[in-house]
Design a protein around this ligand. Structure first.
Ligand SMILES: Nc1nc2c(c(=O)[nH]1)N[C@H]1C(S)=C(S)[C@@H](COP(=O)(O)O)O[C@H]1N2
Ligand SMILES: [Mo]
Length: 344
């Protein structure tokens, strides 16, 4: 602890620095669910990691600020809420770091899920905490000096992130072999070792009549799922936002081949709907890179992995890869006119 009391402004700076890092970490955390292609995902996860680790740099300062404010405002602020915020934030940072370093699961639950839940809780408590402190932005908050300090914090956070990532690589920790999205490898080339995951509340259906409906150009065609293996193959990475990925060779029929001969609307979309009701809408322009797969690594899909037929959407995160596909429908509306993530 410094023997000389901190100037009052130092406390304000610490709080603003923490708030900025928390907003950055939260924003990039949300974005991390959307990105799947190499460069954007690497950028988003790097900024997310640096912002999270940067919080640790301000920890010692915040301790001083808290002591001082406790003396000043004794009894006026709720210490339980503040401690709950600190505890949830600590849990968020620790689970984020341990997930990144090890990819560990605890009792079948990925640490990343705990990280996301704790992060959401932190966000909620932070709003309460920040509103309670009634800070207003001041001119001096955006002075040249303040910007220099913010730059220093950014450099420190980036350096800490670089040191942690470098350390993971040098020590051969599992985290050193993560993908750009931050996901750990699980069961590539070996579908039986690949996790079966549902997005939210969905469940593996008890099998059905194996019919696929294709709705296009005002006509509905019913196809037997068994006839959908036309030998089209693609090697693609399934990358779940739960923190794992697997590369597999998928086989079935490309969507542009399936739709050949039908009139397709310019700028249209493709609704891909599961027997369970789970659905995603994709741009029709992507049809040539999308596959309806019946096989994975040369073997028929298992029930858990989407039998009899699932969507393979290279470059998109796992929640786009609709399993147990029942209907594919060409529609006029734009693909983005849907909830950003599935609701089931
Ligand atoms: N119908 C349906 N399809 C789905 C899901 C789901 O919950 N329901 N989960 C998605 C998610 S989040 C992922 S990561 C992949 C997982 O595929 P897998 O279980 O074959 O590994 O399926 C996707 N397809
Ligand atoms: Mo997922």
């Amino acid at each position: 602890m410094p023997a000389v009391p901190l100037p009052r402004r130092a406390g304000r700076r610490t709080n603003l620095g923490l708030l900025a890092l928390l907003l950055l970490a939260g924003g990039t955390g949300v974005l991390a669910f959307g990105v799947g292609t190499p460069l954007p995902s690497r950028l988003v996860t790097a900024v997310h990691g640096a912002a999270g680790l940067g919080l640790l740099l301000l920890g010692p300062w915040k301790t001083v600020v808290v002591r001082r404010s406790r003396a000043r405002t004794a009894g006026r602020r709720d210490p339980v809420a503040a401690w709950a915020l600190a505890a949830l934030l600590a849990l968020t940072v620790v689970t984020g770091v341990v997930h990144s370093a090890t990819g560990a699961t605890v009792g079948g639950v990925g640490l990343l899920q705990v990280h996301v839940a704790a992060g959401v809780g932190t966000g909620a408590l932070l709003v309460v905490h920040a509103v309670g402190s009634r800070q207003r932005l001041r001119r001096t908050d955006v002075s040249r000096r303040a910007l220099l300090r913010a730059g220093g914090l950014a450099v420190g956070a980036a350096a800490l992130w670089g040191a942690v990532e470098g350390g993971l690589r040098l020590t051969g920790a599992p985290g050193g072999r993560r993908r750009g999205t931050g996901s750990h490898e699980r069961g590539s080339g070996e579908p039986a070792a690949m996790p079966v995951t549902q997005w939210f509340t969905d469940a593996v259906p008890d099998g059905g009549d194996d019919v696929l409906e294709v709705v296009a150009g005002g006509r509905t065609t019913r196809l037997r799922a068994a006839g959908l293996d036309r030998g089209d193959t693609v090697t693609a990475v399934l990358d779940c936002t739960g923190g794992w990925y697997a590369e597999q060779e998928w086989r079935g029929v490309r969507l542009d081949r399936l739709l050949a001969g039908t009139r397709l609307p310019e700028g249209g979309s493709l609704d891909v709907v599961s027997v369970t009701g789970y659905r995603r809408r994709l741009p029709l322009a992507d049809a040539s890179s999308l596959l309806l797969a019946t096989h994975c690594a040369g073997r028929p899909l298992s029930a858990g992995h989407g039998a009899p037929v699932r969507l393979v959407a290279p470059g998109r995160r796992g929640f786009w890869w609709v399993k147990w596909v029942r209907r594919v429908e060409v529609v006029d509306g734009p693909w983005w006119l849907q909830p950003p993530v599935p609701l089931q």
